[in-house]
Ligand binder design. Sequence first.
Ligand SMILES: [Zn+2]
Ligand SMILES: [Zn+2]
Length: 162
Amino acid sequence: MNVGLEGGCLCGRVRFRTTQAPLRTLACHCTFCQRVTGSSYFAESMFPVNAVEFNSGLLNSYAHVSDGSKKKVFVHFCPNCGTTVSLTFERWPEIRGIARGCYDDPNAVDVSSHIWTESAQSGTALPANVDCFAAARATLDGQAEPCTRYAAPVMAKVKISR
Ligand SMILES: [Zn+2]
Ligand SMILES: [Zn+2]
């Protein structure tokens, strides 16, 4: 399933293909992801860093220091159209995130968890039957955090029991 996913940026200069299925695909509602996308949340798939091949070295990058971990997140974007195609992480150098919206077929992957739901924007629905985490999936020292699976969709900014 999902082997050899292809995609690219808005203008088409940056193209990528993956050599395996994603490790997981998540929707992140943190304030960084809201700002970097200019949108409500960022859906991205995580891959081993060497499982994504790009057509060339055309991506520019911007290093942002995370509020929480104080480690850098690298935003990789097309220098021509500005589309954020990928993230890499100082904390997890073996991982590369690929923006779900950049796949030629975004529906080739399913979102398996929503994270940082405590900062999700009003009007955002958290779906039923996926793992929802109030903050990250794990603490900064690597302890797994509890998650909630709702029986029915829940609107963000309504008090969510944890
Ligand atoms: Zn582009
Ligand atoms: Zn985020």
